[in-house]
Write a protein that binds this ligand. Structure first.
Ligand code: LAG
Ligand code: CA
Length: 504
C-alpha cells in the first residue's frame, strides 16, 4: 500500500507529551511510549491510525486553500479529495466536471495557478491533495462544442489529444452504451451513460493519461481518485499506475455491485479502493435502532482488507442516490460520521458538499460559469446543516469532526472490541484507549460499557471538539469511568467519545 504520511503520529506525540524534550527532538515516531506521571502504563505499543481525509465536492481551489489553513489543518485532516481539475464541457450542472475535454488544468473550479497554489498552501499545513482523475472517458456529447477553456470537442475527437482510434467502440450493444452490468466486457469497453470510452489498453492513450497524471504530480499532488475505475480493466489501471512514482496514492472507485463479475478486490494491486459495502452496513442500525457488531475480522465479509479500504458515509454520487443517511438528515449524519471516524477499519473520508433539491444542480456560479468561492465558518454547531440550496454543508467545522480526528490519533491502531447495545444506543471500545457511544433513537438512553480506560472523569470530544479538555474542566459534556465501566447517558440522536487523553 502507498505510504500514508506520518502526520497523525507527530500530532499525537506532541499532544500526548507534556515534556519539551520530545518536542525539541521533533516528531517522535508514534510508537514512542507516552508516560505521564499520573497515567497508568500504556497497554500496547501504539501504531498509527490511517490519516483521515475529506472530499470537498465542487469547491474552488482558492476556497480549498483557505479551508486548509483555517479548518482542515487545525482539525487534523491529513488529506483532501478535490473535484476533477481538468478542462470539461460547459454547462451549469456539477457533472460537467465528469466530461473531460482536455487535460489543461482549467475548470469551473479554478486555474492551473490557483490549483498549484492550493496544493502548496494545503501541504504547508499538513494536508495532502488527492485529485479526482477522470481517465475512463471523455465527453458524452453527441454534438461538437467547446470546453470551459475553449478547446474544441466532438464525441470522438479532442484535437491534439485523442481521435476516433483512441476510443473503444464496443459493438456489443445497439448504441455502444453499457446495458448489462453482468457483462465484464460491456462494463469496461462500452460507454457509461454515452461517455466516449477511452481505449485504456492502447499505449498512446496510456501515455496521454500518464502525462496528465505526471503533470498533476509535478504540482505536488499526493495521488488520485480513479473515477469510474470499474469501467477500466484492472490491468489497464495497474499499467497506468506502474508508470507513476512509487508512493503515489491511488484510490480506485469500484462500486461493489451484487452479483457483478467485476469486484473491488481486482484493483487492490494498484492502490486502495472505496469500499461501498462499508457505508451500506454503517447506516442500517442508525435507521433501525437494531445494532449488531460488524464482523471484527479483517477483512470483514464482503469488504476488502482494512489497509485496502477507503470508507465513507456518503459521497457526491451516493448522496444523490443510494445513501440512506446524508447531510439532509443532519442528526443521524453526525452519528454516522462519529462511527466512521471511531472505527478501526479502513481509511475514512468525510464528505463535504452543498445543499440541493435538484440532483443536477451545480454549486452557485458567476455569469461566466465559474463556481463562486465559499467559506465555511471555523466552527458550526454539531449536526447543523444549512437548508438553502447551494449552501455548503461545512461539516468539517463541527466540533465533533476535529474531536474524532483527535480520538483517532490517540487510539491509533488499537483494535475495536465487540460493543454493547442498549435499546437504540450502542457503544464500543478501542482497546484501552477510547470509547465511542451513539444513541440513534429519539428518547434518552443510558449505555454502560466495560472498558480498559482508567477510572476518572473524561471530556467528550464529540461535543467538546479537539480541545475538549480545558483547564480543570470540559468544553462539552463529561462522562465517568468507574470500576472499569464507562456510563453514557445520551439524549436522543446524540453521540459521545472519550479517549485516554481526554481525561480531566
Ligand atoms: C463516476 N464515478 O464512477 C462519478 O463519480 C459520477 O459522478 C459520474 O457521473 C460518472 N462516474 C462518470 O464520470 C456523473 C453524473 C451523471 C453524468 C455524468 C457525466 O452522475 O449524471 O451524466 O457524470 O457528466 C450526464 C447525464 C447523462 C448523460 C451524460 C453524458 O446525467 O444522462 O448521458 O451526462 O452526456
Ligand atoms: Ca472503459
Amino acid at each position: 500500500m502507498p505510504a500514508i504520511r506520518a502526520r497523525g503520529g507527530c500530532r499525537t506525540a506532541a499532544a500526548l507529551t507534556a515534556t519539551v524534550v520530545l518536542l525539541l527532538v521533533g516528531c517522535a515516531p508514534s510508537g514512542a511510549p507516552e508516560n505521564e506521571s499520573d497515567a497508568p502504563a500504556q497497554p500496547t505499543a501504539l501504531g498509527e491510525a490511517p490519516g483521515a481525509g475529506i472530499q470537498l465536492f465542487q469547491l474552488p481551489w482558492t476556497s480549498i486553500a483557505a479551508e486548509c489553513e483555517q479548518t482542515l489543518g487545525p482539525a487534523g485532516f491529513s488529506w483532501l479529495l478535490t473535484s476533477p481539475p481538468n478542462e470539461h464541457i460547459r454547462g451549469a450542472e456539477w457533472w460537467t466536471s465528469y466530461q473531460p475535454v482536455s487535460y489543461q488544468l482549467e475548470s469551473r473550479l479554478g486555474s492551473r495557478a490557483e490549483f498549484a497554489e492550493m496544493v502548496q498552501r494545503c501541504g504547508a499545513v499538513g494536508v495532502d491533495v488527492i485529485a479526482d482523475a477522470v481517465i475512463n472517458h471523455m465527453t458524452g456529447q453527441d454534438l461538437p462544442g467547446t470546453g470551459v477553456a475553449g478547446s474544441a470537442h466532438e464525441h470522438y475527437s479532442y484535437p491534439g489529444l485523442y481521435g476516433p482510434d483512441d476510443f473503444h467502440h464496443c459493438g456489443l450493444t445497439g448504441d455502444d452504451d453499457i446495458h448489462d452490468y453482468g457483462s465484464r466486457e460491456q462494463v469496461q469497453t462500452c460507454e457509461l451513460v454515452n461517455l466516449a470510452d477511452l481505449d485504456t489498453a492502447s499505449a498512446p492513450v496510456r501515455d496521454r493519461i500518464g502525462a496528465y497524471l505526471d503533470d498533476l504530480l509535478s504540482l505536488g499532488v499526493a495521488g488520485f481518485r480513479i473515477d469510474a475505475a470499474k469501467h477500466i480493466a484492472a490491468d489497464d489501471v495497474a499499467a497506468i499506475v506502474a508508470e507513476l512514482p512509487e508512493g503515489t496514492r491511488i484510490l480506485n472507485e469500484v462500486i461493489r455491485g451484487a452479483g457483478e463479475p467485476i469486484e473491488p478486490e481486482e484493483y487492490t494491486e494498484s492502490g486502495q479502493v472505496f469500499e461501498f459495502s462499508y457505508a451500506r452496513d454503517l447506516v442500517q442500525p442508525l435507521r433501525s435502532g437494531v445494532w449488531t457488531d460488524p464482523e471484527l475480522s479483517d477483512p470483514r465479509p464482503l469488504h476488502v482488507a482494512s489497509d485496502d479500504a477507503v470508507v465513507f458515509v456518503d459521497n457526491h454520487d451516493t448522496e444523490r442516490g443510494e445513501a440512506k443517511v446524508t447531510a439532509k438528515m443532519a442528526g443521524l449524519y453526525l452519528l454516522a460520521n462519529v462511527l466512521l471516524l471511531g472505527d478501526d477499519y479502513g481509511t475514512p473520508v468525510v464528505y463535504s458538499g452543498y445543499t440541493f433539491s435538484d440532483r443536477d444542480a451545480g454549486a452557485p456560479a458567476d455569469a461566466e460559469g465559474r463556481v463562486l468561492p465559499a467559506e465555511c465558518p471555523p466552527v458550526v454547531e454539531n449536526g447543523v446543516v444549512p437548508t438553502d440550496d447551494g449552501a455548503r454543508t461545512c461539516i468539517q467545522s463541527w466540533p465533533a469532526i476535529g474531536g474524532m480526528l483527535a480520538f483517532r490519533e490517540v487510539v491509533g491502531d488499537a483494535p475495536r472490541l465487540p460493543g454493547i447495545e442498549e435499546g437504540d444506543a450502542y457503544a464500543f471500545e478501542r482497546e484501552a484507549r477510547g470509547v465511542v457511544a451513539v444513541n440513534a433513537g429519539h428518547a434518552a438512553e443510558t449505555v454502560t460499557i466495560p472498558t480498559g480506560l482508567p477510572d476518572g472523569e473524561y471530556c467528550d470530544v464529540v461535543s467538546g471538539g479537539r480541545e475538549a479538555r480545558t483547564d480543570g474542566g470540559c468544553q462539552g459534556a463529561a462522562f465517568t469511568v468507574d470500576g472499569g465501566e464507562a456510563v453514557f447517558e445520551l439524549d436522543g440522536r446524540t453521540a459521545a467519545a472519550i479517549h485516554l487523553e481526554s481525561r480531566r
